[in-house]
Structures are given as structure tokens and as C-alpha cells.
Design a protein around this ligand. Structure first.
Ligand code: PAF
Length: 291
């Protein structure tokens, strides 16, 4: 596996592969790779001739007081895992390479409709940092396709909207949520959970599953469902941030007639902020008004 850390060297390598007519798949990450990331690498591998993975802990998406400095950096283990999953190249630029004028952004990319809702409400500026760095990485690598996890559903929507709005020539692929046997969604931040918290954390996904089942069974009172969900998360021992029922296509509040839904949620547990979601399709005529 080739290891590069400058934009110039990366572009040279990509140009060679392109000249040979090869299709390029890209998986952007912040490292500390787990089974979820590696399933995205496998997805890219299955769809492309060459797979590039970036490892860059992006300072502009951490809000003040978040864990930028403490974010786990596990270079050796990450490279070993990427080799095992047949990645062709790892791109690990420095902060100076990506932000030569410093990380206080002069040019930024923002998707206003999605910026301040759900996770964006608790993490102001987070999605501006994500959209900006992903736009930069896509410009640097210029892949045919890029794979992002469905676990970060709002992030995936931000990227899909950005790519469409800016007419970027790349296919965005959503990779399925990888889960531990307990149902807990895999995440780098699960490393912050104590053994006791690991027992509690699966209650987040379990709650989403119950709500999805109730929706499918015809309970369409969204307020009642979300209030019960928040209560269940609290009772399990977490501090809920939000739990909502939204339209899968654009994350706007779900309403009568909608069939494609997503239930995103976030909760604090010890040092970790857990996020998860579940998508579901209701049969026509979709959501109904309920008393
Ligand atoms: O999901 C992540 O790991 C990051 O938000 C991403 C997409 C690599 C951008 O820094």
C-alpha cells in the first residue's frame, strides 16, 4: 500500500491510474479505523479498480471544547487494517497541507438547510467543517465514487446535497451501518465508553427499533412516539440530545403521506456522544394524521 502525505504526490499517482483507465474509489476517514470504516473500504474495493483512503483528523469540524487533541490517532493499526482490506493508497496530509493559511476558514462550504438542525444544533459549525473538508478532499483526489457511512446520516445528506448543488463529478455511495452484536453502532468514540456504559449504550438502537415497529404497526402520533423514545433513552441511563422522525430524503420533519422515513437520535453517555438512526419505508398511503 502506498502512503502519501502531500497533495502533489497524490495527484501524480492518481493521474497515472487515470491514464491507465482505472476507476478510483475513495473513503475519507479520520482514522482510528473500526469494522464500520473497513466495510466502507470493502464497498469501495468492490466498485473500483483503485481504492484510496484518507486519514485526516479535521480540526474545522470539532466545535470548541470537543476532543480534537484527544481524538484517538492509531496510524500503525490503521495501516495494517487497510493493507488487509486491500486498500491501494493511504493519504494522510498534515493540517498545514490541507489548510495552508490555518484552519480559520476563509472559504467555506455550507448546506444551510441541514447545517443547524439535529446534530448541527448541538455542534454549531460542525457540518460547515465537514462539508468544507470533504469538498477539498474530493477536489484533491477527484475519485469516481466516494463512500460514506449511513450511520452519520445527516453527514451523508450534507455531502449528497453539496455534491449536487456544486455539480461535483462524483458518485456518493452510502455504506450500511456496522453494528456490534449488541446492536450498538460502531464508532471511534465508543472507545470512550466504560464497561458499564457499554451495557447501557445498545439501548439507543433498541429504542429506535421499537419506534420503527410502532410506526409500521400504525401508530402515527409522532409526538407521542418521540416523547416515549426520549424517555426510554433517559431511563436506560443516557442523556438524550434529540430523537426525531424525519423524511429520509432531506431530513425535514415528516408529515402526512410520507413513506420514506428516518429516525435519527443522539445521546450523551459518559464521555461519549452516541448517534444512530434507523430508516424505514411505510406502505402507501404513508404517514397518517393522528389524534
Ligand atoms: O466521518 C468522518 O470520519 C469525517 O466526518 C469525514 C467525512 C472523514 C470528514 O472529516
Amino acid at each position: 500500500m502506498i502512503e502519501l502525505n502531500t497533495i502533489e504526490a497524490l495527484r501524480k499517482q492518481v493521474a497515472e491510474w487515470r491514464q491507465a483507465g482505472e476507476c478510483i474509489g475513495f473513503v475519507p476517514t479520520m482514522g482510528n479505523l473500526h469494522g464500520g470504516h473497513l466495510s466502507l473500504v470493502d464497498e469501495a474495493r468492490a466498485r473500483s479498480d483503485r481504492v484510496i483512503v484518507s486519514i485526516f483528523v479535521n480540526p474545522t469540524q470539532f466545535t470548541p471544547g470537543e476532543d480534537f487533541e484527544a481524538y484517538p490517532r492509531t496510524w500503525e493499526a490503521d495501516c495494517a487494517a487497510l493493507r488487509e482490506h486491500n486498500s491501494d493508497l493511504v493519504f494522510a496530509p498534515s493540517v498545514e497541507e490541507i489548510y495552508p493559511d490555518g484552519p480559520a476558514l476563509r472559504t467555506r462550504v455550507e448546506v444551510p438547510a441541514l447545517n443547524d438542525i439535529l446534530c448541527g444544533a448541538s455542534r454549531p459549525g460542525h457540518f460547515t467543517g465537514v462539508a468544507t473538508v470533504v469538498a477539498k478532499l474530493l477536489n484533491i483526489v477527484q475519485p469516481d465514487l466516494a463512500v460514506f457511512g449511513l450511520k452519520d446520516y445527516q453527514q451523508l445528506m450534507v455531502i449528497r446535497h453539496m455534491v449536487r448543488d456544486l455539480s461535483l463529478p462524483v458518485e456518493i455511495v452510502g455504506g450500511p451501518v456496522a453494528r456490534e452484536p449488541s446492536g450498538l453502532a460502531m464508532s471511534s468514540r465508543n472507545a470512550y465508553l466504560t464497561d458499564a456504559e457499554r451495557e447501557v449504550a445498545p439501548a439507543l438502537y433498541a429504542t429506535l427499533c421499537v419506534i420503527a415497529e410502532q410506526l409500521k404497526a400504525g401508530e402515527h402520533n409522532l409526538e407521542r412516539l418521540t416523547a416515549a423514545g426520549m424517555k426510554a433513552i433517559s431511563q436506560a441511563g443516557m442523556k438524550p440530545d434529540y430523537l426525531e422522525i424525519r423524511r429520509a430524503v432531506d431530513l425535514m420533519p415528516a408529515g402526512v403521506g410520507d413513506t420514506e422515513l428516518v429516525i435519527p437520535a443522539a445521546a450523551y453517555l459518559g464521555r461519549a456522544r452516541l448517534i444512530d438512526n434507523i430508516r424505514l419505508t411505510l406502505p402507501a398511503p404513508g404517514l397518517q394524521a393522528s389524534a
